[in-house]
Design a protein around this ligand. Structure first.
Ligand code: AQP
Length: 337
């Protein structure tokens, strides 16, 4: 019998709500997913149930789900080392989400700032109950796999707090059932900013020239970097409060080249913003070109993508099933025979 300590479990998800991931998704989350495969038992899911909490078209959703799978594989998610699956393929997500909804306070859910922001953006009359309960479903996604760590961008911190509260609440009311997960947020890239409005987080809903979509033509992305908004000064210095645009470009540059911001500041001392942008545009092109080619090649074989996802779902169900069975038993549901 082996005495090896099992690797910590990691789980995270991404919505299939755009044709392409953007640079914020990649640097804030997906890059960490790839790295964590080495020393974690990794579960990564394409959260299509979350994807229907906002306006959607069935054919587009189907296409974007496969696009998300192809992008995750192209980014380096290895199905031999990670369980890659689609949320709706594992019925336990919705089932646990319901139970958790019944131990979540209405006021508690109402405090979620992402719901408030999205309601303002999309119009209150169009906000759905699904959008409201999104964080509860997300808590279920994480708890179902007994995840120790959840690599996400900084915008998900509040949802992770709710998850921790719900796990603790369930455990104290019904007996220890869930691990209480820790957020895994890389400070430097927790919030990649929009290239045109660097006061705001890069986000597909701001989808203008400030959002860098990885699958756009490399020349389009190079132009977006070269046209990024900067302040009126000259010196290339990291100063988030006074130079949010330049600081954001330095963050992106450092992350994509595995250098430090301090080294970049030194490299560009006495040189202007133009040099920095030109070089960063090249760095971005070098990154997105193979990523795009690899993704497009994978999309040419949807049957193979579906096969990988089906295998992932089968393994995910093996883990999710026993968790849900324990939950159902603890809350007093009699077994179905
Ligand atoms: N700008 C960002 N900086 C760092 N991390 C980010 N994430 C998203 N934007 C940034 C992280 O990406 C992961 C996937 O998030 P998602 O499924 O919510 O992706 P999204 O819907 O594409 O995110 P958007 O663009 O922010 O959506 P909208 O515009 O609809 O609100 C998460 O870990 C997230 O933190």
């Amino acid at each position: 019998m082996s005495n090896a300590i099992p690797a910590p479990r990691v789980l995270s998800g991404i919505q299939p709500t755009a044709d392409s991931f953007h640079l914020g998704n990649y640097l804030g989350a997906v890059r960490q997913w790839v790295a964590m495969q080495d020393d974690h038992d990794a579960f990564y899911c394409i959260v299509d149930l979350h994807g229907i909490t906002v306006d959607f078209e069935p054919a587009v959703l189907r296409d974007r789900t496969r696009r998300a799978a192809a992008q995750l594989l192209a980014a380096g998610i290895d199905p031999e080392r990670s369980t890659l699956f689609v949320q709706s393929h594992v019925a336990e997500h919705a089932q646990l989400g319901w139970v958790l909804g019944c131990i979540t306070g209405f006021g508690e859910a109402s405090r979620m700032t992402q719901f408030k922001d999205k309601t303002v953006k999309g119009g209150a009359e169009r906000a759905t109950v699904g959008l409201f309960t999104y964080p509860v479903l997300m808590a279920g996604d994480i708890m179902l796999y007994q995840a120790d760590r959840v690599p996400v961008g900084g915008d998900q911190r509040q949802h992770l707090e709710l998850t921790r509260d719900l796990a603790g609440r369930f455990n104290s009311r019904f007996g220890t059932t869930f691990r209480v997960p820790e957020p895994y947020i890389v400070k430097e890239t927790a919030k990649i900013l929009d290239l045109q409005t660097p006061e705001k987080q890069m986000s597909k809903s701001l989808a203008g020239p400030g959002c860098l979509f990885l699958l756009d033509k490399p020349s389009v992305n190079a132009k977006k970097i070269r046209s990024a908004v900067t302040d009126s000064g000259h010196d290339v210095r990291f100063d988030e409060a006074n130079k949010p645009g330049i600081s954001n470009l330095l963050t992106i540059y450092a992350a994509l080249t595995s250098t430090s911001v301090a080294d970049l500041e030194q490299k560009y001392e006495g040189r202007g913003y133009g040099d920095l942008k030109k070089d960063l545009a090249d760095v971005v092109v070098d990154f997105v070109t193979p990523f795009r080619q690899h993704t497009l090649a994978l999309l040419n074989d949807p049957a193979e993508l579906d096969r990988v996802l089906a295998e992932g779902a089968s393994h995910a169900r093996d883990v999710a099933g026993p968790t849900l069975a324990a939950v159902y038993d603890r809350v007093g549901f009699i077994p179905a025979r």
